[in-house]
Design a protein around this ligand. Sequence first.
Ligand SMILES: [Fe+2]
Length: 136
Amino acid sequence: MSTCEWNDRYSIGIVQIDEHHRHLFSLLNRLYNDFVNKIHGDSVTALFDELVDYATYHFSAEEYWMQESFFPHFEKHKEEHALFSRRVTDMHKDYHAGRRQISLELLTFLNDWLSAHILRSDAEFGRFITAGNFRI
Ligand SMILES: [Fe+2]
């Protein structure tokens, strides 16, 4: 798996959202480092909980800004968030119900989904906002 690092190509041109994405990548990167260093236990659990909570907060914020700016692809975008949230919620429940082990499959899913979603869907919102000079 490639590293879960933020890089400039993820910038969508909206400062608040870029900051959120940076924070998501930093949480994911810490989770990945713990996995690589075979660190388990409560600190990893707290990190995974924080990542899930922060993703929920971030999606709500993004959706709020999309509605406020009458973004035409809002419903489709919201559905992408919902599908991801359902999948992560299931993985999060399994984690708490089971051996509390982060897997490479989980990390890869989070990293791949986040990258693809930012580059395709969030970037589309970024272009919409910058083209219309709408400020969030
Ligand atoms: Fe999004």
